[in-house]
Design a protein. Structure first.
Length: 103
């Protein structure tokens, strides 16, 4: 299962995103849920790449984003990625779980 955790501060800024795991909905190379989530996350990371106050950690099957910026652009990218991931979760709740957390 893909597990997504995120946090939003009192000002409505997305401060944290943590994504790890596999959807395990098909054989390796055939898993469309993993492919969709990966595409969303790579787009997010490409968008965040030029914002210096963003800390990104990429490990095998694990991405962590810490947003210490006040950038509207960063907040928009994070919000959009979560909307897209939630859309996948609505269709495939056995393969992806999204949870808001407090840091």
């Amino acid at each position: 299962m893909i597990k997504v955790k995120y946090s939003i501060n009192d000002e409505g800024i997305y401060t944290y995103l943590d994504v790890k795991g596999h959807a395990n909905s098909a054989d390796k190379g055939q898993d469309l849920i993993c492919a969709a989530a990966s595409t969303i996350l790579f787009g997010l990371l490409n968008g965040l790449d030029d914002i210096t106050e963003i800390e990104i950690k990429e490990l095998n099957n694990h991405i962590e984003v810490i947003n210490d910026s006040k950038s509207n652009k960063a907040n928009y990218y994070l919000e959009l990625a979560l909307i897209q991931l939630k859309t996948i979760e609505e269709s495939y709740p056995k393969n992806i779980k999204i949870e808001r957390t407090e840091l």
